[in-house]
Design a protein around this ligand. Structure first.
Ligand SMILES: Nc1ncnc2c1ncn2[C@@H]1O[C@H](COP(=O)(O)OP(=O)(O)OP(=O)(O)O)[C@@H](O)[C@H]1O
Ligand SMILES: [Mg+2]
Length: 381
């Protein structure tokens, strides 16, 4: 049977080298030979071998010195020790060090052939085992990815259900209002009032849909969307201009305390959303006559900011929940029936995508402070 294999014979006796060639080459094996330890080492390092026939006693040292070299280079190379009677002990030692087998000199061709066949079979099996191990690792990795996909999928399904649920109420309300107008004879005044309420409902829905769209955008920011240097305070001032009228309408004192003008790396529309959500919450959940204060500063490598209000506050055990999709505290629902509970989800998402953090301090009935931090743009550190 022809065998495709490359074998290196390291032996100082010419007769042994020739003998090996004569037996192995007719089997289809490529045979290389080396007469010294050093020559053998060079060949191992510059060629690919399946099996090495290694003499123990070489002119420049013990053949066994090569065992660590071989192991280091390719642990699956099979080494067969060739030894005279006097050195059987050495051969046993070599096997302890990782040699596969040994044959004593002088050996007959059949024994050599059988030993080599066994050695090559051993190599084939170890390579297969290694491949199997690799395949198993790949299979594990695939299983992990699949699990992750299932998790995401589950999240999508529950998110869709929640969205449907949240939209159902305003749509039903709108529908019944419109049906009333359609059905009943009524004074123009009454009709006008119902239409106004319908418009309000539709606006609420639009707001919810816009929140959902922003959230989706923040969650799957395309990697190509280039982050740029952002002036955090410029955006705060823009949002504050928009919200000042609301605060004034409700006689809430609204102050900005700008102690620094940090620059962060990120997305302007998201930072604007961040301010919008935190400040509009502060105004929304604060009674008339209260106050809202926004502070911005720099601390080490961070832009730090806080939005403080003297509003209804949040119970300690709900502080984590308020960042969940659609969650609103019972106190918030009672105080202001409008809201979908997505604003803070978006805030959290935006801070995540900017490498930032947020924390809440609050005392029910007294007020809340939302503090967040975002890493400064590198050049400003
Ligand atoms: N400044 C605040 N004071 C008291 N409670 C707050 C404050 N900010 C947020 N919360 C609580 O966290 C909940 C979630 O806030 P979030 O902004 O996500 O929703 P929302 O304001 O109710 O609705 P919207 O999606 O329209 O913003 C609020 O419903 C409220 O219970
Ligand atoms: Mg909100």
């Amino acid at each position: 049977m022809q065998m495709e294999a490359r074998i290196l014979v390291i032996d100082d006796e010419v007769g042994i080298r020739r003998g090996c060639r004569r037996v192995l080459e007719p089997l289809g094996i490529v045979v290389e030979a080396a007469g010294t330890l050093e020559e053998g080492r060079q060949k191992i390092e510059t060629n690919v071998f399946d099996l090495i026939l290694l003499d123990v006693m070489l002119p420049d040292g013990r053949g066994t010195e090569l065992l660590p070299v071989v192991k280091n280079y390719d642990p699956e190379i099979v080494v067969v020790i060739i030894t005279g009677f006097a050195t059987v002990e050495l051969a046993v030692e070599a096997i302890k060090q990782g040699a596969y087998d040994f044959i004593a000199k002088p050996f007959d061709p059949d024994l050599l052939e059988m030993t080599v066949r066994q050695g090559l079979e051993k190599r084939r099996l170890s390579l297969e085992a290694e491949r199997a191990k690799e395949l198993e690792l790949q299979a594990n990795e695939l299983a992990r990815e699949k699990e992750e996909m299932e998790r995401v999928n589950e999240f999508k399904t529950s998110f869709t259900l929640m969205v449907a649920h949240e939209l159902r109420a305003p749509v039903s309300a709108l529908l019944s209002l419109l049906r009333t107008v359609n059905r009943a004879e009524m004074p123009a005044e009454k009709r006008e009032e119902i239409l106004q309420r319908s418009i309000k409902r539709a606006e609420e829905m639009l707001e919810l849909i816009n929140d959902l769209l922003s959230l989706a955008a923040a969650r799957q920011l395309e990697p190509e969307a280039e982050a740029t240097p952002i002036q955090v305070v410029d955006l705060l001032e823009k949002v504050a201009d928009l919200l000042a009228a609301q605060a004034e309408e409700r006689q809430i004192e609204f102050d900005l305390v700008i102690l620094a003008r940090p620059v962060v790396r990120g997305y302007a529309d998201q930072i604007e959303q961040l301010w919008m959500n935190l400040i509009s919450n502060a105004i929304k959940y604060t009674a008339e006559g209260g106050r809202v204060t926004v502070r911005v500063d720099v601390e080490n490598d961070w832009a730090v900011a806080s939005v403080e209000d003297s509003g209804i506050g949040i119970e300690a055990d709900l502080k984590d929940k308020i960042f969940e999709d659609f969650y609103r505290t019972p106190q918030a629902k009672a105080f202001n029936h409008l809201g979908t509970g997505l604003g803070l989800t978006l805030v959290k998402q935006i801070l995540d995508s900017h490498g930032g953090h947020i924390e809440v301090q609050s005392e029910p009935g007294k007020g809340s402070t939302f503090r967040f931090r975002i890493p400064l743009e590198e050049v400003f550190r």
